[in-house]
Design a protein. Structure first.
Length: 459
């Protein structure tokens, strides 16, 4: 028994460090952008693609790596994902042209797409349903931790080294993760079928790619008019057409990458809805520093620092609510988190000039968002599907959150630009509070703890 506990702790450590590596890369890129722009002469218009191409290839790779982990084993694909992420990091670090930088970021995004979904699936393989909440909560807290220490690490290293070293540091970390994975992670193959649904994998990648490209081409100042422009409309039309084709192909596939009829489950439909809303809420964080600059008249650097209470709340809330999942179930925890978030966003809507009021609102938002952003949705998915679909459904949670982030970011930009001064931001926070209220009403229909345990899919 003691040996099993020790083995499970080691497994958790390997997963924790892998997810932390991927999460840190997101949080350190922002501080590095001015140095990158100066060093390789990136125009302001193209700077956004340093983030966008990472997200695009991350979306494209999620379903592929999830399905491959079922076929070839979690350990093999986790190691492959980490290896590709390291190769991408090396290319970025050695970049001397914008094209080379884009290739590196694409490889990084593609590699990272397998890290978190496969890590979450391993939790489902190794830990029983009554312990999954606290484990997923600890892994979810990694993102809060990364956003706390990432900018600090980046700022410190950039004071002494060039921006390239921020990405070179990933190489020894990746090597340690791969060594630990080879020695510790189980490599049980979930699927015996030799058939991979390549049509489904390619179609899903294409439709997500088309959607991402279309949304990233919209204009903040004229969002709705830009949707009808030839820069955007063809990509959005293509993504909708590909969605219909994808559904038809998956219905007939022998071993589908996404079992379409799983969405007949009310629980899974609700998870998809909440995940999408969570992505929209996460996208709103990008706009808060500008709001802080306008309200308090501080510098951009100071504004980012003022988000610390929200980030700390996420880091604390993720493991705390993860443990609550095991005790009271997902419905109660999600409802508590969403109600806290409603209060936080409404208070942010009322912020006029009080920093204490702002810090309170930020902490409540962070605490509330730690529930759907952390372990709760992944916990539900692990309990709702068989072992053969764990990685795929963990990937689907990520996909729905990413779609919410992209669409939410574009719409939020339009809302904040619709009014001068802080009025646009205040409207935004009010609309988001209303949206969370709708999410809360839907969440009431989630399973109770008793039903959740009774119907959870076990080996």
């Amino acid at each position: 028994m003691e040996q099993n506990k020790s083995s499970n702790r080691n497994i958790l450590l390997v997963l924790f460090v892998g997810v932390l590596m991927g999460a840190l890369d997101i949080s350190i890129v922002g501080p590095a952008i001015p140095s990158i722009s100066k060093d390789i002469a990136v125009s302001q218009r193209l700077l956004g693609w340093i983030f966008s191409i990472y997200v695009l290839f991350n979306l494209v790779g999620i379903s592929l790596f999830a399905k491959l982990s079922d076929r070839f084993g979690r350990r093999s694909i986790y190691m492959l994902s980490v290896f590709l992420f390291a190769i991408g990091s090396l290319i970025v670090a050695l970049s001397h042209t914008f094209d080379m930088l884009m290739v590196g970021r694409a490889v990084q995004g593609f590699g990272s797409s397998g890290i978190f979904p496969v890590a979450s699936a391993v939790v489902g393989d190794v830990f029983p349903p009554e312990k999954r909440g606290r484990i997923l909560g600890l892994i979810g807290a990694v993102f809060g931790l990364a956003f706390i220490i990432g900018p600090v690490i980046a700022g410190t290293m950039l004071s002494f080294f060039s921006w390239n070293y921020l990405f070179l540091i990933n190489l020894p970390i990746a090597a340690l993760i791969m060594w630990g994975s080879f020695r510790i992670l189980p490599n049980k193959r979930i699927e015996s079928s030799t058939v991979l649904d390549w049509k489904g994998i390619v179609l899903l990648g294409l439709l997500l790619g088309a959607f991402a490209l279309g949304i990233n081409r919209t204009s903040t100042s004229g969002f709705f008019s830009s949707l009808a422009s030839m820069r955007v409309l063809p990509f959005l039309v293509a993504s909708v057409a590909l969605l219909f084709v994808f559904v038809r192909v998956e219905k007939d596939a022998q071993n589908p990458v996404v079992r379409v009829n799983m969405f007949q489950s009310r629980q899974i439909r609700l998870v998809a809805l909440i995940a999408f809303g969570t992505g929209v809420l996460q996208a709103s964080f990008v706009f808060v520093p500008d709001f802080v600059v306008d309200v308090f008249g501080v510098t951009s650097a100071k504004a980012s620092f003022m988000l610390l209470p929200a980030v700390l709340a996420i880091a604390v809330g993720s493991p705390l609510f993860g443990r609550m999942l095991d005790a009271v179930g997902s419905r109660v925890v999600i409802l508590i988190g969403l109600v806290i978030a409603i209060v936080g966003y409404y208070l942010m809507h009322e912020v006029e000039g009080s920093r204490s009021f702002f810090y309170l609102a930020g902490a409540l938002i962070g605490l509330g968002l730690s529930v759907p952003s952390g372990s709760s949705l992944r916990y539900i998915m692990l309990n709702e599907v068989s072992a053969a679909e764990r990685a795929t459904t963990q990937g689907l949670v990520t996909i729905f959150i990413s779609i919410g982030q992209m669409l939410g970011g574009a719409i939020i930009g339009a809302i904040t630009a619709s009014e001068e001064g802080i009025k646009g931001y205040q409207n935004l926070f009010f609309y988001l509070a209303v949206m969370i209220l709708v999410m809360t009403l839907f969440s009431v229909r989630l399973k109770s703890r008793k039903v959740e345990l009774a119907t959870s899919v076990r080996e």
